[in-house]
Write a protein that binds this ligand. Structure first.
Ligand SMILES: C[S@@+](CC[C@H](N)C(=O)[O-])C[C@H]1O[C@@H](n2cnc3c(N)ncnc32)[C@H](O)[C@@H]1O
Length: 242
């Protein structure tokens, strides 16, 4: 999968793509990353990428022209590399809230472009012209789209085939089957007077699976009842029962 990042701060992004699960995906060739800095597409000597908003108000906005030139060159390069049309995702607090369903949709695409805003955001006309979808990582405002873009990249990388080992399979994660994950324990079996639930030491795989499923439902009920079906609170909403 190809990830193109459009950002004024590629130096924030590159180190994060070199470690952990995402780094492994890059090393294995499952992710190919490209960085595009709108500042390289300015025509004035100060390499200005922002200006004041029409109508007044606080802050600055990203100018449309450097971004447009940057996107046009990126698309030409993608075309030359034989990349299918890559949707441009603008990271924005006003966008569709990122969830596991959207992560799965994105991870099935051959390429996506992540456009990171800065200042008070981007001139609306640029967004109208190029952006396919706006994505938010939650109802709070950050100073830039780089951290949200990394959140998307990390969540997507976990879904790519062969990136996670069997033990940390994404299928067992919270939300994968519509429920929260069950609690987990490792050695020692007794730690500071706290014991591991005996069923996990029993070697009875069916009983362990049953216990884990029951814990998942209990946890979801306690922490995120909104994920459960109202008709059948032992089933996730996404199971098709609603
Ligand atoms: C200071 S924010 C601009 C916020 C904008 N004025 C608004 O109120 O909707 C600067 C940039 O950070 C990014 N950003 C901030 N919060 C975000 C969030 N919750 N999800 C995704 N991107 C976010 C966006 O790319 C945005 O253009």
């Amino acid at each position: 999968m190809r990830l193109d990042f459009i950002s004024l701060f590629p130096e924030m992004l590159k180190p994060a793509l070199s470690v952990g699960v995402v780094g492994r995906a890059v090393d294995k060739g499952a992710i190919e990353s490209h960085y595009w800095n709108p500042r390289d597409y300015t025509s004035n000597k100060h390499r200005t990428v922002d200006d004041r908003p029409f109508g007044g108000g606080p802050g600055m906005l990203m100018l449309p022209q450097p971004l447009d030139d940057c996107i046009v060159e990126m698309q030409q390069q993608q075309q030359a590399a034989g990349v299918e049309q890559s949707p441009i995702i603008y990271l924005s607090p006003q966008g569709r809230r990122l969830d596991q369903a959207l992560v799965k949709e994105l991870s099935a695409l051959p390429a996506i472009t992540l456009l990171c805003g800065r200042y008070e955001g981007v001139d609306e006309r640029l967004l109208e012209k190029h952006v396919s979808i706006e994505v938010s990582i939650g109802d709070y405002v950050l100073s830039g789209g780089e951290l949200p873009a990394l959140v998307v990249a990390d969540a997507v990388a976990r879904q790519l085939p062969g990136i996670l080992g069997h033990e940390d399979s994404a299928e067992q994660d919270s939300f994968a089957n519509g429920l929260l994950d069950c609690p987990h324990y490792t050695r020692p079996a007794e730690w500071q007077g706290r014991e591991v639930p005996p069923v996990l030491l029993s070697g009875d795989h069916a009983a362990i699976a049953e216990w884990r499923q029951a814990q998942s439902i209990k946890r979801t009920n306690e922490r995120r009842p909104d994920l459960l079906s109202t008709d059948n609170p032992s089933k996730p909403r996404s199971s098709g029962s609603e």
